[in-house]
Design a protein around this ligand. Sequence first.
Ligand code: NAD
Ligand code: WQD
Length: 336
Amino acid sequence: MAILLTGGAGYVGSHTALALLRAGHDVVVVDNLENSSAESMHRVEELAGRSLTFGQFDVRDTDRLGKLFADGSIDAVVHFAGLKAVGESVAEPLRYYANNIGATTSLLAAMDAAEVRQLVFSSSATVYGDGGEPEYVESMPRNPVNPYGQTKAMIERILEDVAASGRGFRFSILRYFNPVGADESGRIGEDPRGVPNNLVPFVAQVAVGRRPELLVFGDDYETADGTGVRDYIHVADLADGHLAALASMPAADRAVAYNLGVGRGWSVLDVVTAFEKACGRPIPRRVIGRRAGDLAACWANPAKARAELGWTARRSLDDACADAWRWQSANPSGYS
Ligand code: NAD
Ligand code: WQD
């Protein structure tokens, strides 16, 4: 198949592009490089030993998208493009709504015009919000607590409405838990701009000497060691989840959500210990107060993805830390 990846130069997109090329698919990427680098695409081509097609433009440019679809070669789309920083979304909600919702409606319009009606969407565990139970099941209500999460919940709703309109669309909605790690080559990985928001890239930058210490956001949660618990999923397993979703798309006029997670949680200190093992050096850390909006614990119930997509996470947290360290130590400043 020929698959269009919006936002395919980013962290999850580049690993998925690699997995698709390795599986023999053709890959077309559209990315405005707002939060990524074209170097990731060169490295994906080098690792796959095959080339992909890359267009640098905004997905909200429906005209350019239309031209891309015009030759009729694209079979399906994976929609990664979006802004994803929770704190930034609180400070700049309009930018988040305009980008994330606007990119999705522009894409759906171009797809409809070209009669391409299969889409896999990058959603997030953040759509569940603070629902009570730490183990999330797809049937739980959406209850996002920040503008970023709202955009994901709204897009899921848009996809459900478009599916129900009877035009033959098939939507697979993948709710990622906490993606971590890198391709085992260490050639591609997560390269956040500025101070990392997420735990593993921050720990990796401490390990490589770019930052003096990790700040642990609270150790007074009701968890085994008091620190926050999350479901960390290796990005290569997540990439494989997209291939599984493309191979088992829902029936026409259906939008179906799947959790992509391991199915268990690890604490902040578990992650630090695993990373110390991977890099062979201590990670200085200091406990400070809780981060606003954080939950104590959450993890996926991944049974639906296993049953309906035949997908399950195979790699361990130790694998993810070893791969993240290989990437970070070989590329201390990321792609630049
Ligand atoms: P990323 O920022 O590395 O990748 C997103 C890519 O989209 C970037 O390359 C960016 O330049 C591009 N982009 C953004 N807006 C665009 C637009 N309007 N037009 C064209 N390109 C645009 O993020 P990621 O971690 O790879 O995440 C991919 C997707 O998965 C996002 O939608 C994100 O919300 C979602 N997600 C990520 C996580 C996570 O923790 N990484 C968890 C759950 C869901
Ligand atoms: C993990 C744990 C922190 C950084 C976020 C988004 C979510 C999704 C994934 C996109 C928590 C603790 C972190 C640090 C720390 N993204 N922590 N010190 O918050 O589970 O999810 O990314 O959809 O929407 O909200 O991930 O990596 O930020 O935090 O102690 O410097 O690490 O408190 O317990 P989170 P995270």
